[in-house]
Ligand binder design. Structure first.
Ligand code: ADP
Ligand code: UVW
Ligand code: MG
Length: 403
């Protein structure tokens, strides 16, 4: 038999698991799916086999281990079970890899220990990633498990961008620096943007705006990341669905001293009850736009704060790069919310930035330009595909190791 070519990719979030089974030879998808609201009574698993009808399971799925077992059952029902000899590896998105992991890595006990050590700086993400890996190991102990790190793409940032201006000894003692996240997406989208322009990644400077529930911006110079908006943890930077992004760090001391809140309470406040949901009670951009259109003032202000921050990062990264060839909008909000894209570049004609209203309102599956004909800077919608990128990297590593 020829060597196996299929890769199962697991993207385990704090309360969700996204997965895809792909054939690495042709990037073809055999099945995709999502488990949402893990741990709640209203959990939902949606499984879609390639070319077939989607199936749904509802009802409580207690934890990530149960979620993965349910995923394995759904795959088995399509004859794509984890016991398949055609499976070459399982690829995992791991959010925090610190500075150690600059490349995709086959998981062993030392790698697991390092991911565990980084839990305090990625408390929403790394624990779920670990459970995903351990459950997959238990289901297929013979298969290579490959970790693909969100932080890897950002390890090229110069020290001037990566360091905070705090006491160096203290920073070094606690490994405090800016790591950046969503790197797999920033890498993929910046390359796809170059392709859209008909140029090689080395030739172009791109600002990537990854706007999902978590959101981050990056400045990519000739294919290398030179700055990004998330820092030690995925809390810094843009306004997000439930996270505050940038603010004066003294807000924390004030809440401790005057608000009598504990560190854990403030952590929860800033990570889970801030951002759009803290500002207006909704974190879904569709709902916020609907409310704005109805004249809701709180939703309007939340939207304006979100856009103001985004615009500041566009300006900052324009300055960091000096020359910008393209701005790429990606992830759930970036790919779908025309109103966000329009507002983010409104008034920036002086920087060569504009969107064409008709192009911006249009839809399409692949990467597309939304700037006017002949614009100095291309503005584009470039769908991200973290799962495909993880599968490609996983297969490249496993293939290399087996040769
Ligand atoms: N049609 C749409 N219009 C506006 N926003 C959308 C649309 N579809 C999805 N979104 C936004 O995308 C977000 C999810 O993005 P996604 O990249 O899937 O996030 P994550 O990977 O962090 O879960 C949702 O919270 C929602 O606000
Ligand atoms: C790192 C991060 O914020 O990831 P997500 O957007 O999936 O929450
Ligand atoms: Mg995401």
């Amino acid at each position: 038999m020829s060597s196996p070519t299929r890769v199962l990719v697991l993207n385990s979030g704090s309360s969700s698991v996204k997965y895809q089974l792909l054939d690495a030879r042709d990037s073809g998808r055999l099945a995709t799916g999502l488990v949402e609201r893990i741990g709640e009574r209203t959990s939902r698993l949606k499984h879609t086999p390639a070319g077939g009808e989607s199936r749904e399971r509802t009802g409580r799925i207690a934890d990530h281990e149960a979620a993965l077992k349910a995923v394995a059952e759904e795959l088995a029902a399509d004859g794509l079970g984890l016991d398949s000899p055609e499976l070459a590896a399982i690829g995992h998105r791991v959010v925090h890899g610190g500075l150690k992991f600059t490349e995709p890595t086959v998981v062993d006990d030392a790698v697991l220990a390092e991911i565990e050590r980084l839990v305090p700086v990625a408390p929403l993400h790394n624990p779920a990633n670990l459970t995903g890996i351990r459950t997959a190991q238990a289901l297929r102990p013979d298969l290579p498990q490959v970790a693909v790190f969100d932080t890897a793409f950002h390890t090229t940032m110069p020290e001037s961008a990566a360091r905070y201006a705090i006491d160096t000894e203290t920073a070094d003692a606690h490994r405090i620096r800016r790591y950046g996240f969503h790197g797999t997406s920033h890498a993929y989208v910046s390359r796809e943007t170059a392709k859209l322009l008909g140029r090689s990644p080395e030739e172009v400077n791109v600002i990537v705006l990854h706007l999902g529930n978590g959101a981050s911006a990056s400045a990519v110079e000739g294919g290398r990341c030179v700055d990004t908006s998330m820092g030690l943890t995925p809390l810094e930077g843009l306004v997000m669905g439930t996270r505050s992004g940038d603010m004066d760090p003294a807000v924390i001391f004030h809440l401790m001293r005057v608000g009598k809140m504990s560190a854990d309470e403030i952590d929860t406040l800033l990570n889970k009850r801030s951002g759009l949901i803290g500002l207006c009670g909704d974190n879904d951009m569709r709902e916020i736009r609907r409310r704005v259109d109805e004249g809701d003032e709180r939703a309007r202000l939340a939207f304006d704060i979100y856009i103001h921050r985004l615009k500041k990062y566009i300006g900052a990264y324009y300055a960091v790069l000096g020359r910008v060839d393209a701005i790429a909008f990606t992830a759930g909000v970036g790919e779908n919310a025309a109103a966000v894209r329009e507002a983010a570049v409104a008034g920036l004609a002086g920087l060569g930035l504009a969107v064409d209203a008709e192009r911006n309102a249009g839809r399409g599956d692949g990467p597309r330009l939304i700037s006017p004909e002949g614009a100095r800077v291309a503005v584009a919608v470039v769908p991200t595909d973290e799962e495909l990128e993880i599968a490609t990297q996983t297969y490249a590593l496993v293939g290399k190791n087996s040769r």
